[in-house]
Design a protein around this ligand. Structure first.
Ligand code: ATP
Ligand code: MG
Length: 439
């Protein structure tokens, strides 16, 4: 079987013309039905090496001259051959041959091309038409392969989006667990203190109840009454009810504050991790900022002071869980860019049909080489295991799919500012990152 990657499959066995023949002989031969499909015929020397191709076009040229046939018809055939004809070795890979041939082909196309063996001896002819057909077929096949590769790529990208989401969820859950622990710790402490505080009060209440019972009993003895009174006195000393309110009220207030904090975290977590990826109408981006800040609190609090200047924004249509994911990525990056305690300034404002969110940090900034690549998937300057390099690539995709833009400016040593702009009304129906669809 011939190698499908070489020209062998295109070879057409055509008897070559020998130098003994005349131009007239060739003209007659070209009229024969077996040569119908050929634009030209090859001429070879005594060793079987090609001297060129004689084309119908060339013959026509000769015979159309006045007395052309009489003047030239008896000349040896090689006089009419084009010595510059295309000669291609048969073992040339098909793609390479195609590029050689298409680079050299002359218009109008008047000739075929000659195929030779490794020694340069004539083997047969190839036609441009056959070559084009084969290349078209290969193109279609390659297209199919490319399409499949594209499909695979899309689906693995979708998986990456999912795993980045899971990774950031994991990070977040750890942060939130830590966040819940603090209020939970003092709520528990307070409850313990309240218990200690309430126990003597309960003892006092019981003593008073017993004293009341004694007093109501007509048969009670003097000793019993005195004992009940003494018990009440002692319990009162222990419980010190005059101080009770001063101790009790702040403890209760503190406890309620802690419980509210836990509730706030639970709500943010729920909003943040919303599994539905549907676009939601009437989203206030400032709420997304507040949400992301609650979630990122434990990552930020030791070293980052967050200042917000949020202007009132019109509600927009977006997928809040995805916007939250972007904000968490930007906040985490900013915190990670700080070698010492620093500051993040978050601003929001609306103008000309868009809402803008700017996150500015005074971290280490980025040199030009890093700036050029930050949106590339897997580009990270962080240590192995610390960063996947997907945060910004995914953020970019999310903002793009919302019909918005994400831009940044950065100065090494001074800091970085990211700017997200989202349309208030989306021109086309927004396209959420739909795993099913993009897979
Ligand atoms: N605010 C910033 N200041 C300085 N460098 C930044 C900042 N944000 C991003 N970068 C640079 O861009 C790179 C890519 O960021 P990206 O969020 O895509 O990945 P990562 O943070 O390295 O990893 P991952 O987000 O997956 O944990 C970072 O490694 C960092 O070098
Ligand atoms: Mg990141």
């Amino acid at each position: 079987m011939s190698n499908p990657n070489t020209l062998a499959g295109l070879l057409r066995k055509v008897e070559p013309l020998h130098t003994g023949l005349t131009i007239n002989d060739v003209a007659e031969r070209l009229l024969q039905p077996e040569f119908k499909g050929f634009l030209s015929l090859p001429v070879v020397d005594g060793d079987g090496r090609p001297l060129g191709l004689v084309s119908r076009y060339r013959l026509q040229d000769i015979f159309m001259q006045r007395f052309g046939r009489d003047l030239w018809g008896g000349h040896p055939v090689q006089h009419a051959a084009n010595a510059e004809s295309l000669v291609v070795a048969m073992d040339t890979p098909l793609d390479r041959a195609a590029s050689i041939i298409t680079a050299q082909v002359q218009y109008p196309i008047t000739e075929d091309f000659i195929l030779v063996d490794a020694d340069g001896r004539y083997q047969g002819l190839g036609t441009l038409m056959d070559l084009l057909k084969v290349m078209e077929l290969r193109g279609t096949q390659r297209n199919r392969v490319l399409q499949r590769a594209l499909r695979d790529l899309k689906s693995s990208q979708a998986h990456l989006v999912q795993s980045e989401k899971m990774a950031s969820l994991g990070q977040m859950v750890a942060g939130v667990a830590h966040e819940i622990n603090t209020p939970l710790g003092y709520v528990r402490n307070n409850v313990q203190l309240l218990q200690d505080l309430v126990e003597p009060i309960m003892a006092l209440a019981e003593a008073q109840a017993r004293l009341g019972a004694c007093m109501a009993d007509p048969e009670v003895s003097q000793e019993q009454l005195e004992a009940a009174l003494l018990e009440v006195q002692q319990s009162t000393e222990q419980a010190a009810p005059e101080y009770f309110a001063a101790d009790f009220t702040p403890l209760i207030e503190d406890t309620l504050y802690g419980v509210d904090q836990i509730a706030e975290l639970a709500v943010s977590l729920k909003d943040f991790a919303r599994l539905d990826r549907a676009m939601t109408e009437a989203v206030d981006l400032n709420e997304c900022v507040a949400n992301a800040l609650v979630i990122a609190r434990s990552a930020l609090k030791d070293k980052v002071q967050v200042v917000t200047r949020l202007e009132q924004l019109p509600a927009i249509t977006c997928t809040p869980s995805q916007i939250n994911q972007v904000l968490l990525n930007l906040l985490t990056n900013a915190a990670q860019a700080m070698e010492q305690p620093g500051k993040i300034l978050i601003r929001s404002w609306a103008e000309e049909g868009q809402v803008h969110l700017s996150l500015q940090d005074n971290g280490r900034g980025m040199p030009k080489e890093v700036q050029q690549r930050i949106f590339d998937p897997f580009f990270t300057t962080k240590a192995v295991g610390e960063g996947t390099g997907l945060g910004l690539a995914i953020s970019y995709k999310i903002i793009q799919e919302h019909g918005g833009r994400i831009r940044f400016v950065s100065q090494p040593g001074r800091g970085t500012r990211f700017l997200i702009s989202l349309p208030i009304r989306q021109a086309a129906p927004a396209q959420p990152l739909d795993l099913q669809r993009s897979a």
